[in-house]
Design a protein around this ligand. Structure first.
Ligand code: HEM
Length: 459
């Protein structure tokens, strides 16, 4: 793809220096613009944009969208509160998951909600989750039988949902409920992505089997959340957890927050928390199968740190190579591969004019695979994160949890469980692909393998 135009424009915003209009990416179709290319191969499309400008214009049907392609400018975008969470991605999420949760709120409501949830994710809260994370990581390996085919999609969802739900909502989370939640979320995310990229509106209301399955899963997800909230209330208990914080939260007037907000908040925490971690666990299993030399190195490291005992929360900090394997897997296969913002007012980014109301997109996938930021950018090389080498990585070239006021609250929580899971499974098993496995990338709301099937072999 090349750039069609880079016409400099006169200043659009009083008081700013001369701002240019971003170049239009070439290859737009009549009427549909860049939409077909974006739909056909979104990862290649987003990655190619870097060759044509730091900020480029895209046409999606009648709409102009701005894409940001450098680490520096994605950092500037994420850190500037003048860009808010809005746009088609968020609107479709709100319609399905609720309007009052932290992931879609802006302004004072968002700040208040972050204050409510933040303590549950603080660094000093994480050791409290250690026992549950350990139990779930080891339970995973105990369920697997040597030589048996593992369906990595359902197993990864299972461990992610169980850890999020048991740690943050302290529910009794019987298997049945965790399974329901994982199945519902997998169906809901698949359907949401389809509705976003192919917005056929009323057609999704017709009683086709796929629509019925989607509606059933969505209704069950909301029902489950109602059950969780009702059960906690009926128990009269107030454990020190996120659910208690949500149930006791006050609005800006000091009044209790409404039922809808409590419900939407639980949904807004469980949904991103499950899909992202599950996708990353799938990639970690795929990496261990594809790179036996790193699987072996992780196993040796775990053994030397634990002295042969079951790996626990207290070991995570010492597992340097294991942590680097997790980071490198997240670099090449970031669960969150696209992010969007909307400009509140006429503004500027990197010397380019961005009009009020404009939607801006960027891709952590493209940023984290940029050859300008990484030597041998497509190689899986966990050692690039060793202190003596990681200093050359440009700022914001590796921000899988984003930065700024929308930064994922769960970075420590997620990294701890991902390292612990990787260590626990590698200590016991090596992995090889099973018949029918398809580890090609499936692009949805997150990135994950299409259908990863592995055999676990004891060392
Ligand atoms: C937001 C990534 C796990 C809860 C985000 C954002 C990213 C992200 C990039 C920022 C979105 C934006 O800038 O627009 C990830 C990754 C994860 C992960 C890569 C794991 C591998 C989790 C978990 C939870 C969680 C486990 C909760 C249990 C949230 C919430 C937000 C968020 C509530 C919205 C924050 C806000 O808008 O203020 N996540 N996340 N995430 N994440 Fe995560």
């Amino acid at each position: 793809m090349t750039v069609e135009s880079a016409r400099p424009q006169s200043p659009a915003t009083p008081g700013t220096s001369v701002l240019r209009e971003p170049p239009l990416a070439q290859g737009a179709w009549p009427v549909l613009g860049h939409g077909p290319r974006l739909v056909r191969d979104p990862l290649a499309f987003m990655s190619a944009l870097r060759d044509h400008g730091d900020v480029v214009r895209l046409r999606l049907g009648p709409k102009t969208v701005y894409a940001v392609t450098t680490p520096e400018l994605t950092g500037a975008l994420a850190l500037d509160p003048g860009f808010t969470i809005a746009g088609p991605l968020w609107e479709s999420l709100e319609g399905l998951l609720g309007k009052e949760g932290v992931a879609t709120a802006n302004g004072p409501r968002h700040r208040r909600q972050r204050r409510t949830i933040q303590p549950a994710f603080r660094l000093d809260a994480i050791p409290g989750y250690g026992p549950v994370m350990e139990e779930e990581a080891h339970a995973l390996t105990e369920r697997w039988r040597p030589g048996e085919t593992i369906d990595c999609t359902s197993e990864s969802f299972r461990v992610a949902v169980r850890i999020a739900a048991r740690c943050l909502l302290r529910g009794d989370f019987m298997d049945e409920r965790a399974e329901r939640l994982s199945t519902d979320l997998a169906t809901v995310f698949r359907g949401m992505y389809r509705r976003m990229v192919i917005p056929l509106g009323p057609l999704y209301r017709l009683p086709f089997p796929a629509n019925r399955e989607f509606n059933r899963a969505l209704a069950d997800l909301h029902l489950l959340v109602d059950e969780i909230v009702a059960e906690r209330r009926a128990s009269g208990q107030r454990p020190d957890d996120l659910l208690t914080a949500l149930l006791e939260a006050k609005d800006d007037n000091g009044d209790p927050i409404g039922e809808q907000e409590i419900h939407d908040q639980v949904v807004a925490i469980l949904t991103p928390g499950s899909e992202t971690v599950a996708s990353t666990v799938m990639w970690l299993l795929q990496v261990l199968a594809e790179h036996p030399e790193h699987a072996e190195k992780v196993r040796t490291e775990v053994e030397s740190v634990t002295g042969g005992r079951p790996v626990g929360f207290e070991h995570v900090r010492s597992l340097r190579h294991t942590n680097n394997v997790v980071v490198e897997a997240m670099r090449l296969r970031p669960a969150v591969w696209i992010l969007t913002r909307r400009a509140v007012t006429d503004t500027a980014l990197g010397g380019y004019r961005i009009p009020a109301g404009a939607d801006i997109v960027y891709s952590p996938y493209a940023i984290q695979r940029d050859p300008r930021s990484y030597d041998r950018h497509l190689d899986f090389d966990p050692d690039r994160w060793l202190p003596e080498r990681s200093g050359t990585v440009p700022k914001y070239a590796m921000s899988p949890f984003s930065v700024g006021n929308r930064k994922c609250p769960s970075d420590h929580f997620s990294m701890t469980q991902l390292s612990l899971i990787t260590a626990a499974v590698s200590a016991k098993y090596r992995f090889e692909p099973a018949d029918g496995s398809d580890d090609t990338t499936r692009v949805g709301i997150t990135l994950r393998p299409h259908n990863l099937l592995l055999r676990a072999r004891p060392w």
